[in-house]
Design a protein around this ligand. Sequence first.
Ligand code: ADP
Length: 161
Amino acid sequence: MKVAIYPGTFDPITNGHLDILNRAATIFDLVYIAVAMDVDKKTIFSVDERIQMIHDCTQEFTNIKISHFNGLVVDYANQVGASVIIRGLRAVSDFEFEFQMALTNRHLNENIDTVFLMPRVDYTYLSSSVVREIARFGGDVSRFVPENVQIELLKKLREKK
Ligand code: ADP
């Protein structure tokens, strides 16, 4: 059985993430979406909220599991029996950082490979931070995130005011 993990912050999950997940789920037998708990970036959603949103918009997938992790991605991959790390590549600007991280992870564990997937072109400019910015200024994010995420974003921004 080919198991992969798709790690990220998912603050919040976007249609770009779902595009990558969809592609990964057709290639691998099982995909763990692994929500990073301990990140440098300050997140607007807690780990539980990020997991709940992912859960609510991935009901149609039958071969994914949603989890969270602390520490090194390669250690977590090892723990769940995954031999592949999935990452999304949007543009050349992602490449340098991702290249460095993939080679570092290989250095840490030779048995785990990183597989890069590209989203459809409409999502290449999309990121969670862009979505957060648009929502913060009252813009329409309905084309960028699933409906449940849109609702949670509005709720969160109302709480913050
Ligand atoms: P991280 O903090 O690990 O970069 P993100 O949640 O921002 O976490 O992203 C997780 C993964 O999803 C990364 O590989 C990122 O490149 C990818 N990703 C994010 N947005 C998109 C998108 N619009 N299209 C394709 N891949 C994406």
